[in-house]
Design a protein around this ligand. Structure first.
Ligand code: SF4
Length: 340
């Protein structure tokens, strides 16, 4: 079994307070019952509009946020899959080393008053990775791995361009030898001309080090380029999950169809008709009943307003799942199939 991360029924709700006594009046359902897995060496893309929960899910994976409920198992050490939401402090510390994050903004993710050496040395020291000389050697190696000169370690972040800073952020995440990296919009703050360099570097590193990525982005072309499988999120839930090729060739969910209709296709004979979604994304505090997409869906039926569709395998496909009452799907829900 090559699954490295297995997420079941994960929820992250934020309380909404009102008044001086901070009475809880509701919850923002940022992530609401998400079940996904990531294989070793693969990239799972997460896409969706702002506020769909993709960044919150990423932060739950690296434990920057504690989920409200659900299970998250990670394969590390000799013991196989371990529930990482109920580890003791020592085990939690070990797992943090294996799951790293690269943030969107290379301008603010590096401390401006610390040299690159100081920024790298801190996590290496915390995780007791060698003597001072050995740590320095690791830093030099990692800078070279991301195509930067090793003597750059004595410079400050402001001395680098945006693309160089993002490569530095990637090198810092890599230096403690993670197995899974959550990449939260890693190129969206960069010039388009630089984006391809950073994406290609990330692909090369993935192959060299057998890394797994959870790749979060709103740019669908970037996600398609990077991902083996893609999960489309809407209002805290996964509405479609498929291999990159299957999702882009034959999207099954009306929301995915609308998102993809805005992406230019290189083949001139395959121009997609632009689908403009009506209305705005509803509030995640009181999401719509039934299918959360129904107020914006042009195909909405009566059942859509009352019954929430489950993520089910599309009939006749290998690895394509959709949560839509109108799709031709098999009866077993996706999380049950994850057991198979
Ligand atoms: Fe549209 Fe109904 Fe499918 Fe939801 S379940 S996406 S409302 S057709």
């Amino acid at each position: 079994n090559d699954v490295i991360l297995d997420i079941r029924h994960l929820k992250k709700y934020y309380p909404v307070y009102k008044g001086v006594f901070k009475k809880v009046t509701g919850h923002v359902k940022a992530v609401d019952d998400v079940s996904l897995y990531v294989r070793r060496g693969e990239t799972l893309g997460l896409v969706g509009e702002s506020g769909c929960g993709k960044t919150t899910l990423g932060k739950c994976i690296v434990r920057l946020q504690s989920p409200t409920s659900g299970e998250m198992r990670f394969r590390y050490g000799e013991g196989g899959m371990r529930d990482i939401l109920s580890l003791n402090a020592k085990e939690g510390f070990d797992v943090r080393k294996k799951i790293q994050i690269v943030f969107q903004d290379p301008y603010s993710s590096l401390n401006p008053v610390k040299t690159i050496y100081e920024a790298f040395d801190e996590p290496l020291r915390v995780h007791r990775m060698g003597s001072r000389a050995q740590r320095k050697e690791i830093i030099a190696q990692m800078l070279e791995v991301v195509n930067l000169r090793s003597d750059y370690m004595y410079r400050y972040p402001h001395e680098f361009s945006g693309g160089q800073r993002q490569r530095i952020s990637i090198a810092r995440a890599l230096c403690i030898k993670p197995e899974l990296i959550v990449c939260d919009e890693p190129v969206s703050a960069l010039d388009v001309s630089i984006q391809a360099q950073v994406l290609n570097l990330m692909k090369d590193l993935q192959q060299q080090m057998n890394l797994s990525y959870v790749f979060i982005a709103h740019d669908l072309s970037v996600v398609e380029y990077m991902s083996d499988r893609i999960a489309v999120m809407y209002l805290g839930q996964v509405v479609e999950l498929a291999t990159s090729t299957s999702l882009y060739r034959t999207p099954r969910h009306p929301y995915t169809e609308a998102l993809l209709s805005a992406v230019p296709t290189p083949e001139l004979d395959a121009v997609r008709e632009r689908i403009v979604l009506k209305g705005d994304v509803p509030s995640p505090i009181n999401p719509p009943s039934g299918c959360r997409f129904h107020p914006r869906c042009s195909k909405c039926q009566e059942i859509c307003r009352v019954e929430m569709p489950q993520l089910r395998k599309v009939s006749g496909t290998e690895d394509h799942y959709v949560a839509c009452h109108l799709a031709d799907t098999e009866s077993v829900p996706q999380e049950a199939r994850m057991e198979l």
